[in-house]
Design a protein around this ligand. Structure first.
Ligand code: GDP
Length: 699
């Protein structure tokens, strides 16, 4: 257990441009993993590409799936959490395997849209976090405002653990409110830490801030409160313990300050990671026992138990597939065979290694708590690996549905094969990336979480697979949903020569609230064997097959519960197939009668423009059927928050650029599906029908 208590699996999350890459590089430097620091230039949106180029140029893996460093004799595994909103599933996947996180915020920008998204996801996975307010050297740095935003926008109880000495160009160092010392970062790269008594000019402010910190901690820690009620000044250790306990319970978010770029504060942040974020034993993991009806069980971090591990990221490298895995229980041993819970198949582990910034360290095994790279196995991201004699699945990850698609056609014959290879690979890596071939049009359709998400894959095809494709117009993935409770009663009867087909189903279609998690439910209420039990799954299957194409415009039907109440069967003519066909027809009829409506994906959009463009930008949002939900003014920039239908967001980056002379920025993420206004619905249906006509006349 001591080994485990020395491990920290952490993620670093940030809004783009807050300094995550710079901070990560500084961490690798101070932990002795790289020996030179480089300047990181600004990026222009296509973050993932830039990271890849960046890494290639420097031969280090800043943003690889996992990087290990040692700090204060603890092993810190840094798991990459991409910040871009189009890659939410990557974030989800890494959040699933980390135990704690550092939320990087810009001292000027504060809590921005991506931080809000990632924080919401972290809450779902119950990840304790600490905050790092970066860029304290920038003019306009205002840590107090950022702390207030942590409270107002994210609902955290944010507890500053430091105060700055100066800010902007005068930012010289920090005051540690536990030790009550001033800390300076000397030397060419801030590597020489100097502790000094607090300068007189800051004495009063530091006292006040320490009292504020203790007052808040008191609310969450009875032991500390006890000490203080007795009139004692708590020791450093007592405070540290209280902070750790409250952080692990997610009662508070301790806040640290610094400037990664100016080499200030990073080492103290690392100290905090080690002191306050959880080790694998502090967190409980659950799994479903597939051999026992999916019953939930607790996974112990026991290295001697049977293996349970999760493959959370798949990367294609020139010499084969690398699978990044987190071991939750037992040991993952080189050369041994393990089961992939999803398929039941068995896979042999070729190589296990730990990833450092610039080298791979081969291991004979990885034990509970570890995060390692594995070679030689064929699996997809999200798979559970387990001992051959158990059949556990770690709780499934939340995978959002794709919201848009485009068609792609290989440019030349020679592009066909690499295209299919690339698509295969992308599907394995990314569960939000889907692809299918549309026979009618003779095109391949790729779907995902947004324009950029798909663009990145098209670009990767070109770069990594040397394959050029012609890209079609982006299309929104609409959905169809019933709006009223509708009974159904359908008899499927066919007499063709010898044996016939007979099936009969009776029940009710019930519209379901859309919660983004379950789109379809089936409930069996048949009594007395009126529909023989062996055909119940056939009915469910038939419904699900019919659900793929709805009656309005051929989109997937969601928000639907099908209750089967009654029916009848025939001793000879009933079969699995007959019940499937019957259910399909019943479903279609019932949905058609349920006054179905069209749902469209709505995006949460955050636009930042200089104040002089506020009117223009807001008017533009409104003309896109957008709903402005908030406006915030920070200095001479204004942030407009809005909800806009995805259908009207295509090409927005170009439009915003020309509207603001290139000075506007925006971020967006999927928010929900919402009912389309009637007039728009008519338009979409007409367009869908026209496209269908076009493809059938092309044939
Ligand atoms: P990321 O998008 O969050 O990975 O951000 P980067 O690390 O790429 O940083 C974005 C920009 O901010 C770069 O131009 C950095 O040089 C700059 N930057 C990063 N940290 C700081 C800091 O502490 N102070 C200042 N002034 N700039 C910083």
């Amino acid at each position: 257990m001591e080994r485990l208590s020395n491990i920290r699996n952490i993620g670093i999350s940030a809004h783009i441009d807050s300094g995550k890459t710079t901070l990560t590089e500084r961490i690798l430097f101070y932990a002795g993993r790289i020996h030179r620091m480089h300047e990181i230039k600004g990026k222009d949106g296509g973050a993932t590409m830039d990271y890849m180029e960046l890494e290639k140029e420097r031969g280090i893996t800043i943003t690889s799936a996992a990087t290990t460093v040692e700090w204060n004799e603890k092993q810190v595994n840094i798991i990459d959490t991409p910040g871009h909103v189009d890659f939410t599933v990557e974030v989800e996947r890494s959040l699933r395997v980390l135990d704690g996180a550092v939320l990087v915020l810009c001292a000027v920008g504060g809590v921005q849209s991506q931080s809000i998204t990632v924080d919401r996801q972290m809450r779902r996975y119950r990840v304790p976090r600490i905050a790092f307010i970066n860029k304290m050297d920038r003019t306009g740095a205002d840590p107090a405002r950022v702390v207030a935003e942590l409270e107002s926008k994210l609902g955290h109880v944010a507890v500053p653990m430091q105060i700055p000495m100066g800010s902007g160009v005068d930012f010289t160092g920090l005051i540690d409110l536990i030790k009550m010392e001033a800390v300076y970062f000397d030397g060419p790269s801030g590597e020489d830490i100097r502790y000094e008594p607090i300068p007189d000019a800051y004495a009063e402010e530091a006292d006040r801030a320490r009292h504020g910190m203790l007052d808040t901690l008191n609310l969450y820690d009875d032991d500390l409160m006890g000490v203080m009620l007795e009139g004692h000044d708590p020791t450093d250790e007592q405070i540290q313990t209280a902070v750790r306990r409250a952080t692990l319970r997610r009662d508070i978010t301790p806040v640290f300050l610094g400037s990664a770029y100016r080499n200030k504060g990073v080492q103290l942040l690392l100290d905090a990671v080690v002191s306050f974020l959880p080790s694998p034993i502090d967190r409980i993991a659950y799994a479903c026992d597939n051999a026992n009806d999916g019953a939930e069980i607790t996974i112990s971090a026991d290295p001697d138990g049977p293996l349970v591990a999760m493959a959370f990221k798949i990367v294609d490298e020139p010499f084969g597939q690398v699978t990044y895995a987190r071991v939750y229980q037992g040991k993952l041993q080189k050369g041994k065979q393990y089961k992939i819970a999803r398929t039941g198949g068995s896979q042999r582990i070729g190589r296990v290694y730990r990833l450092h910034a610039n080298k791979r360290e081969d291991l004979d095994f990885a034990a509970a708590g570890d995060i390692v790279g594995v070679m030689g196995i064929d699996c997809v991201s999200g798979d559970t690996l387990c001992d051959p004699d158990i059949n556990y699945s770690l709780e499934s990850m939340h995978v959002p549905e794709p919201v848009m698609s485009i068609s792609i056609v290989p440019e030349r014959m020679a592009d066909r094969e690499p295209m299919s290879k690339a698509l295969n690979r992308f599907c394995k890596e990314d569960p939000t990336f889907h692809t299918h071939f549309e026979e009618e049009a003779g095109e391949t359709i790729i779907s995902g979480m947004g324009e950029l998400h798909l663009e990145v894959y098209v670009e990767r095809m070109r770069r990594e697979y040397k394959c050029n494709v012609i890209v079609g117009q982006p299309r929104v993935q609409y959905k169809e949903a019933p709006t009223q409770v509708t009974p159904y009663n359908y008899k499927h009867k066919k007499q063709t020569g010898g044996s016939g087909q007979y099936a009969h189903v009776v029940g009710t279609l019930i519209p379901m609230e859309l919660n983004g998690e379950t789109d379809y439910e089936f409930e069996n209420k048949v009594t007395g064997g009126r529909v023989p039990s062996e055909y119940i799954p056939s009915v469910d299957k038939g419904f699900q097959m019919a659900r793929v194409k709805g009656p309005i415009a051929g989109y997937e039907v969601v928000g639907i519960k099908m209750v089967l109440e009654d029916g009848s069967s025939h001793a000879v003519d009933s079969s699995d197939l007959a019940f499937q066909l019957c259910a399909r027809a019943a479903f279609r009829e019932a949905v058609r009668d349920s006054k179905p409506c069209l749902l469209e994906p709505i995006m949460k959009v955050e636009v930042e423009v200089p104040t002089e463009f506020q009117g223009g930008a807001a008017g533009d949002i409104a003309s896109r059927r957008g709903l402005i939900t908030g406006t915030e003014i920070k200095g001479n920039a204004v942030t407009i928050l809005a909800e806009v239908p995805l259908a009207n967001m295509f090409g927005y980056s170009t439009d915003l650029r020309s509207l603001t002379q290139g000075r506007g920025n925006f971020a967006m993420e999927f928010a929900c599906f919402r009912r389309t206004p009637a007039a728009i619905q008519e338009e979409i249906i007409a367009k869908a029908l026209k496209e269908r006509e076009k493809t059938s006349s092309k044939k």
